[in-house]
Design a protein around this ligand. Sequence first.
Ligand code: NAD
Length: 260
Amino acid sequence: MRLKDKVAIVTGGGSGIGEASALKLAAEGAKVCVMDIEQKRADEVKRRIEQNGGEAMALEVDVTDPEQVKTAVDKTVREWDRLDIVFSNAGINGTVAPIEDLSPDDWDQTLTTNLKGTFLLTKYAIPHMKNRGGSIIITSSINGNRIFSNIGMSAYSSSKAGQVAFMKMAALELARYKIRVNAVCPGAIETKIEQNTNRTEALEKVQIPVEFPEGDQPLSEGPGKPEQVADLVLFLASDDSSHISGTDIYIDGTESLLRG
Ligand code: NAD
């Protein structure tokens, strides 16, 4: 029970990496507020946490909306009287298209969800974490920093690189309050994210399939599991990582080394 008496928020907590992390944080004793744009998904994760003997709340929150984010963060603290762990994880691939076909609205949707969403959650969490310190974790991606081999992902990659820059600035700014800030950068992970991705036909014409160099092979066959990312999130949330802040950690089974 590494997180006994701690209070955590997980955005995008209703599916994939967020869901696995919410369950893992709760299993280690944290009270977890599961936030998702889809209430049903958040409710289901709350139910599973409670079934395992944990404590949870489920809130419908769109991370792009400042009012909704502030209200949800404040509500969590009103209910449980503290805030220790914030996992800014909600994110979308958005529209994947060549730059000339990407509309300004497509660009805004991806940047607003992934990057502004992280800013808003961090902003409204800080006042509640200043006294006691805590851990903020952000889900970026290998696409945000190390590899840029997916043609059509200019908005996504920009948002994920922006999250890493934001994480470093926040780590610097919040060290005085003993708030640590780090990013996890997953490679391909088996989640629902692809189902909501809008890929244009034009993309198929310009995309070149990426193949690994002959003779090289990744750590494991196929994509990683959300639970593997959740293990890293737990490490960054707990005191086991008490001297780690301002760092982006890759969790991709060598994918970025093979493709980069
Ligand atoms: P997922 O689609 O399974 O889960 C994302 C969750 O976020 C969903 O439940 C969705 O409803 C929620 N969400 C979407 N927009 C939201 C909004 N505006 N407000 C609140 N909630 C919202 O996908 P996932 O793969 O678990 O994605 C989690 C994070 O991991 C994302 O930031 C994604 O960019 C990142 N990531 C995923 C992969 C991968 O291969 N799956 C790789 C690298 C990074």
